[in-house]
Write a protein that binds this ligand. Structure first.
Ligand code: GLP
Length: 240
């Protein structure tokens, strides 16, 4: 794993946006794996800025998002569909039919998981996968105990994850109990993985990631099985 320690959130976002920009420019038909949450917001802002400055086009880009809550309509203000519209898609020239996010409203969720996995195989794997990290070490929504060999699947969110994500909702009860997530196996197929971590809240997880051996109780540790991972952490996330 390559480790890049940067001063703060802005520097982390710049570094990550630089890698995404390079990936888009270097590939004729780039495929990006995208994450949500607070961590990549700054990176998306910088990508939009590069697009507006004419330095980047998303016309030939395909994107796959890691996950989506079950039971939230794409238009719901806290759905990851809406997040991606607000932070990236509606600001750049990416054709909508080149953006993929699991459908958390699908009538048949198992079928939706299989369908998403098929799409990933057809158009993927991502040239570059952006990841955040949960305080409990989750990647995507692969919670502790997840199978390292698992494809896209339905997951029950850990109580700690629902608590951590409650800050994005009006009340903790509103946080959905389940999600669809790309599996660890689907994530590890990406050619390059960029893991972002910012702030003290992530320090314990970063520490465990760097010290630990692969352990299903700490899903991010699966990344040690991958050949090309870049961890970009700011000083606070690297603190411990
Ligand atoms: C969320 C997402 C993850 C994200 C993580 C950290 O629940 N499913 O993809 O990386 O938790 O979120 P944040 O960046 O807001 O700390």
């Amino acid at each position: 794993m390559d480790i890049v320690i940067v001063k703060n959130y802005i520097e982390m976002s710049k570094y990550a946006a630089g890698l995404v920009g390079d990936c888009i420019r270097e590939n004729d038909q780039p495929v990006l794996g995208l994450a949500t949450g607070g961590t990549p917001v700054g990176m998306y802002q910088l990508l939009v800025r590069q697009y507006r400055a004419g330095l980047l086009s998303f016309k030939n880009v395909r994107t796959f998002n890691l996950d989506e809550y079950i039971g939230l309509d794409p238009a719901h203000s806290k759905s990851y569909h809406r997040y991606m519209q607000e932070h990236l898609f509606s600001h750049v020239d990416i054709p909508r039919d080149q953006t993929f996010i699991p459908d958390g409203m699908a009538g048949n969720l198992q079928k939706e998981c299989r369908h998403y996995e098929k799409l990933l195989k057809k158009f993927g794997p991502p040239d570059l996968q952006i990841l955040g990290i949960g305080e409990n070490g989750h990647i995507g929504f692969n919670e502790p105990g997840s199978d390292f060999d698992g494809p896209t699947h339905v997951i029950r969110l850990a109580d700690s994850t629902r608590e951590a994500n409650a800050r994005y909702f009006q009340s903790p009860d509103e946080v959905p109990s389940h999600a669809i997530t790309m599996g660890v196996k689907s994530i590890l197929r990406s050619k390059k993985i960029v893991l972002l971590a910012s702030g003290e809240r992530k320090a314990a997880a970063v520490k465990r990631l760097l010290e630990g051996k692969p352990d299903p109780d700490f899903p991010a540790s699966a990344l040690s099985h991958h050949q090309h991972v870049i961890l970009i952490a700011d000083k606070k996330a690297f603190g411990e």
